[in-house]
Design a protein around this ligand. Structure first.
Ligand SMILES: Cc1ncc(COP(=O)(O)O)c(C=O)c1O
Length: 377
């Protein structure tokens, strides 16, 4: 079976992790944590990094850092992972959903304005499958309505966005550099992995301090075991940061490889009329975190049937996200019941992603392409 994702770990990872084992710095103190935080923040063009135990925790810390009150609303795409909604729900907030853009599958920025109410506090754009959200209109809307932006860049390590493209001096910015706070996951299938891990980035020293405190049970700095706020234990281990730092040393190579893989799939599959391939807008540099395709209904197959066919050829796939408005856990609470988001609904039924991990070989990619060409002639 060609697996949908396998990480590529090398000697440097082993060397740094071994150092932790040798020196005993295996928990959440040790040299690798701060170094990883600082270098990841710098890579993304940010001032501060707060490493946490996973990407879901990063979103929770970011939302808690903003100090949402019960009933406060956060606008997000319906087509995303449940972590985005959970972070808001756990804070007593309310997720407001928008549909996806049919080309990029990221949130349709034209649907945001009509969702804003007096209770809305933030917008949470998510760079789906490594393609940037169109950030300019979001930042503009957030600015004019006094909303915070929490950027979910979990899937977009190293992706870039051409900011200010309608102005005189557009410039490329890395995903993770936008808004009050941005969040990353370093799960094993991400471009940079720590095994399990995540990070919150910000340019604001006060927000960074708050996030750091929330991550570590809100211990008081000058009086241990004394707490004035509700915190979490979302600490990352030095062992994990060691892995991440080793990965970060070759981030350029990793990003280039992912882009090459995406472009190779694009070139090889573009003749198959029953497949919609990932778009790359002129203002975006996608990292093709996972190479997604949407299969036409005309084939008589949905993504599940298509996945079974590919499994028969030894190819593992994963289905696309199921929209938040279709999640039983929310429907049972009476949320989103009369809401419909046709683009996300179609993506959930017809979309899947192909093997696209760092360890995928050229031969494996060719095998996947051949199987698709054969099945969808
Ligand atoms: C867009 C997005 N946000 C958040 C997360 C949560 O990250 P984690 O799995 O590390 O909790 C993921 C996970 O893959 C994700 O894809």
């Amino acid at each position: 079976m060609i697996s949908v994702n396998e990480p590529l770990l090398g000697d440097r990872e082993l060397e740094y992790v071994s150092e932790c084992v040798r020196t005993g710095w295996v928990s959440s103190a040790g040299r690798f944590i701060e170094e990883f935080e600082q270098k990841w923040a710098a890579y993304c063009g940010r001032k501060h990094g707060v490493a946490v135990s996973n990407g879901t925790a990063a979103l929770q810390v970011a939302v808690a850092t903003l100090g949402l009150r019960p009933g406060d609303e956060v606008i997000m795409p319906t087509f995303t992972i449940i972590s985005c909604a959970l972070a808001v729900v756990y804070a007593g907030g309310v997720p407001l959903l928008v549909d996806s853009d049919p080309r990029t599958w990221t949130m349709d920025v034209n649907q945001i304005a009509r969702k804003i109410t007096a209770r809305t506090k933030a917008i949470m754009p998510v760079h789906i499958y490594g393609h940037p959200v169109d950030m300019d209109p979001i930042l503009e809307m957030a600015g004019s309505h006094g909303l915070a932006v929490i950027e979910d860049a979990a899937e977009a390590h190293g992706a870039q966005y051409l900011a200010g493209r309608h102005g005189a001096s557009p410039f490329w910015r890395r995903c993770g550099s936008f808004g009050a706070l941005s969040c990353f996951s370093f799960y094993a299938n991400k471009l940079i992995t720590t095994g399990e891990g995540g990070m919150v980035l910000t340019d604001d020293a006060e927000l960074a301090n708050k996030a750091r405190s929330l991550r570590n049970l809100c211990f008081q700095a000058d009086r241990r075991f004394y707490h004035e706020s509700l915190g979490f234990n979302f600490r990352l281990a030095n062992l994990q940061a060691a892995l991440g730092l080793a990965q970060l040393e070759r981030v350029d190579e990793i990003v280039a490889r992912k882009r090459r893989m995406g472009e190779e799939y694009n070139r090889s599959l573009k003749g198959i009329s029953s497949l919609q391939l990932p778009a790359e807008e002129p203002w975006a540099r996608s990292v093709y975190w996972m190479y997604g395709v949407v299969i036409s209904e005309k084939t008589g197959m949905d993504a599940q049937a298509f996945a079974r066919k590919l499994a028969g050829h030894g190819i593992e796939t994963r289905p696309f996200f199921l929209g938040m408005h279709e999640q039983p856990v929310f429907r049972r609470r009476g949320w989103f019941v009369n809401e419909s988001y046709p683009v996300a609904e179609r993506l959930a039924r017809q979309g899947l992603y192909l093997p696209s991990g760092m360890a995928l070989t050229e031969e494996q990619l060719e095998h996947v392409v051949k199987a698709l060409q054969e099945k969808l002639k």
